[in-house]
Write a protein that binds this ligand. Structure first.
Ligand code: ATP
Ligand code: MG
Length: 453
């Protein structure tokens, strides 16, 4: 059946040329020159797509949009206007427009927009899209996977949650290491005790030692009061040592002692303290290779890897991808209050074929961006294709050794390093960073960096 288009504009010549162009493209077209006429034709003609000028003689187009919004949603509206300002765009999008095209109209851009809008309204029995499984429900912390290797990991989680052995989880970034650590903890008899995560790469030197083991008042600059470390705070719970490969060599010895004897002291303290916390460590580097290169203590490696879970990259378990797409879309629906019901088959094939350097996290990001660009209930292949092209560009950068850190990531990391180096002395830190105190405070707020208590 031909798709119906209603064009609303007070400029007769534009109306005529658009009508001719779109009719030639196979659409059934009708026109209106005023808001009143547009609202009437919307009821009688029931268009699939409306092309609406934002400036009409009798009414503001944004007003018309709002009135259209009150009718049953069977139309997708593309706004056209000569007033190419951000304010109108935002208002139009908020009032339910799906696209915004400035005059003079680029006819190819309009054609693409019309095509997209018409497809977004295809009823839910479309042949080229796959429906989301209604029985699949999003639950926080649920690990998804049906590949053989993921099933093995589920079994291991079950076994490890029954005991308290130290676990080392290895896998590339975004493979779900932290989720696995949490699953072990929350399935264990100690699930009501804390799960405390600490990223060993984001804190340096004495501060990391103090985070883990606590410190005595006055033991280093900035240690204004005695403070408990994670090992004391965790009680019978779990300490998750993320990026364990980044623990400085000196601290590795102290961690080893804790793992051997379950004993430790505060930084600057003499009293021996005990902890029953379980350690789960994670690394996205090959820790054994680091041992061979002399960067990680061999004895500590053996103590950490009493049990080991190797999480394979997503590209090595592609059979998980279709299920992950379904599940992550349910998750995104919940988080973004959307109602995505289907995904084009081509999009799924494309997502399976991609090599996922950022693993499940990257898949989730691509799907989130795909949903944001989606107007209706179907995730279209063309958006996914564009997003993957961008992802591939980021990947090329990684191959060049530049990394994928944004300028903001680098700034945040540098600020943290300087603060750690100066023992959180703001004056000294500002001198090194070459910024004022208010600027430093502003940046701490911006990056959600909290001052250690
Ligand atoms: N199997 C899975 N099922 C559902 N969601 C997953 C799965 N694996 C990863 N995720 C999601 O991917 C994201 C990254 O997971 P997580 O933080 O556990 O990865 P990671 O291995 O710790 O990464 P990094 O090394 O970068 O810290 C999270 O949003 C998580 O919810
Ligand atoms: Mg992690």
């Amino acid at each position: 059946m031909r798709k119906k288009i209603l064009i609303v504009d007070d400029e007769r010549s534009l109306l005529e040329s658009l009508e001719m162009f779109l009719s030639e493209k196979g659409y059934e077209v009708t026109c209106a020159m005023t808001a009143a006429e547009a609202l009437k034709k919307n009821d009688s003609f029931r268009p699939d797509v409306i092309i609406l000028d934002v400036r009409l003689p009798d009414k503001d187009g944004i007003e018309v949009l709002k009135e259209l919004g009150l009718k049953p949603k069977h139309s997708n509206v593309i706004i056209i206007t000569a007033f190419h300002d951000m304010d109108t765009t935002i208002k139009a999008m908020k009032s339910g427009a799906c696209e915004y095209i400035p005059k003079p109209i680029d006819i190819e851009e309009l054609e693409r927009a019309v095509e997209r809008a018409a497809r977004a309204g295809i009823p839910s029995s479309g042949a080229n899209a796959i429906s989301l499984d209604p029985s699949l429900i999003y639950e926080k912390g649920k690990i998804i996977g049906k590949s053989r290797v993921m099933k093995e990991i589920f079994k291991t989680i079950g076994i490890l949650s029954e005991n308290k052995v130290t676990v080392l989880i290895e896998g590339e970034t975004g493979t779900g290491k932290e989720m696995i650590a949490q699953a072990i903890h929350y399935h264990s008899p100690f699930k009501d005790h804390p799960f405390l995560a600490i990223n060993c790469s984001s804190i340096v030197g004495t501060l990391l030692e103090s985070e883990l083991f606590g410190h005595e008042k006055g033991s280093f600059t900035g240690a204004i009061a005695t403070k408990k470390g994670k090992f004391e705070l965790a009680g019978d719970g779990t300490i998750f040592l993320d990026e364990v490969s980044e623990i400085p060599f000196e601290l590795q010895a102290k961690l080893l002692r804790f793992l051997q004897e379950k004993e430790f002291e505060h930084v600057g303290g003499e009293k021996s303290l005990k902890s029953n916390a379980r350690i789960i460590a994670a690394s996205n580097k090959d820790l054994w290779q680091m041992v061979r290169d002399g960067h990680f203590r061999e004895d500590l490696y053996y103590r950490l890897s009493v049990a080991m879970i190797m999480v394979p990259p997503l590209r090595e378990r592609k059979s998980d991808i279709p299920l992950l797409i379904q599940y992550l879309l349910k998750k995104i629906n919940t988080e973004l209050h959307r109602n995505i019901k289907r995904v084009e088959e081509m999009a799924i094939e494309r997502l399976i074929a991609y090599h996922w350097p950022g693993n499940v996290r990257e898949l989730e990001n691509v799907l989130t961006r795909g949903v944001i660009s989606t107007l209706g209930e179907v995730v279209l292949d063309e958006f996914i294709a564009t997003l993957l092209e961008k992802g591939a560009a980021a990947d090329d950068m990684r191959c060049d050794g530049i990394g994928t850190m944004s300028l903001q990531d680098v700034e945040k990391e540098h600020i943290l390093k300087v603060l750690a180096h100066t023992g959180w002395h703001f004056g000294k830190a500002c001198d090194i960073l070459g910024i004022s105190r208010p600027t430093l405070r502003q940046k701490l707020k911006e990056y959600s960096i909290s001052i250690p208590s």
